[in-house]
Design a protein around this ligand. Sequence first.
Ligand SMILES: Cc1ncc(COP(=O)(O)O)c(C=O)c1O
Length: 409
Amino acid sequence: MIERVSSELTINRLATAIQPSATLAVSGRAGELRAAGKSVLNLAAGQPDFRPPAPVAEAVAKLVGSSPIHYAPVPGLPELRDAAASELSEYHGHPFAREQVMVSCGAKHSLANLFLVTLDPGDEVVVISPYWVSYPDMIRLGGGVPKVVSATAEDGWRVKPEALAAVLGPKTRYVIINSPSNPTGAGYSAADLSALYDVIEAEAPQAWLVCDDIYRKLVYDGFEHASAFRALAGRSEQIILIDGVSKSHAMTGYRIGFLAAPKHVIAAASRVQGQMTSGASTPAQHAAIAALSDPRCDGAVAAMRDAFARRRALILSGLAEIPGVRVSSPEGAFYVFADVNAFIGEGSSIADDVALATHLLENKLVATVPGSAFGAPGFIRISYATSDEQITEGLSRIREALADLRPAV
Ligand SMILES: Cc1ncc(COP(=O)(O)O)c(C=O)c1O
């Protein structure tokens, strides 16, 4: 008789070090409350509430209705790589060939591929806090070490060159610039990028910029997103681009993102992607071709941006009327990052931003995300990717919740 040996299935060191996404944790709890019949207002969303432009759905319907759906080439359909390369070339004033662009399952996957194929153990990647929740863990998955440097609300959430200089060194491989930023909405001008590059050139000339431009089309009030290639023209081309259609075209669920990098990096990323996912879904790639190539999409993207601009004004004016809440005016994306320090800590029944976000959710059924998730305790991220009515109602519930706490200072 064969004796069966039992042993517990263990989780390895790498996976144990990875945190669950805090933003997903809040939406999970909000979902539970909703399932229990509560009317939760979602001001935690990281995605547009709109439908994608019509040509996107038409492209999927046409393909699915007329042909078998086969694997696409691992680095993406040639038409999509060409469409992305041509859009990026025009925007950045820098030529990109098809071989310098790879399509993946969302910009998140593009970043993960980049770190997986280029980081060696101990390589440092500078992350500016408040940061998008996934950066540090993705860097760790690639074997790298996140080096966090803080930006402050007083500086419009843009990192100061002196602060950046302090975390640069011989091991720095990348500096991630996410403009406009999730969670603050802060955007860097061409002059800001040039000033940051001054210290990179001095302290870590080997480092490359990783520009996560996923929100670049969502900018307001005359702010112009700055292309790093244009801002650093004649000084450096050590720039990697992360781009996509998820936020600009309301296509988060399609899972399409782009990595633009030197050919040998794309070739290596393609080898890894080939063994892991075989690439992005074919219908979604056809949808993205329509998003980038059908001229009807431009108007739809502009209309979404106009709606976000209106909602941003609504939320900023509403928050300005809540005593004790402080908020700076974001240049882009669809978030505001509100300072709630007046309501937490010593003398308050609410210990910190996590407890405050929990209080807002459990007692007033408003979902927000605590700043701690982004490396910035004392703040909450409020998303305005929802209807004007939901924003107005959310603001009034937040006002009531905060009024119940200690009087604001
Ligand atoms: C800053 C930032 N980069 C990348 C992504 C990922 O985008 P995608 O949905 O295309 O994977 C997000 C999504 O929330 C984001 O906020």
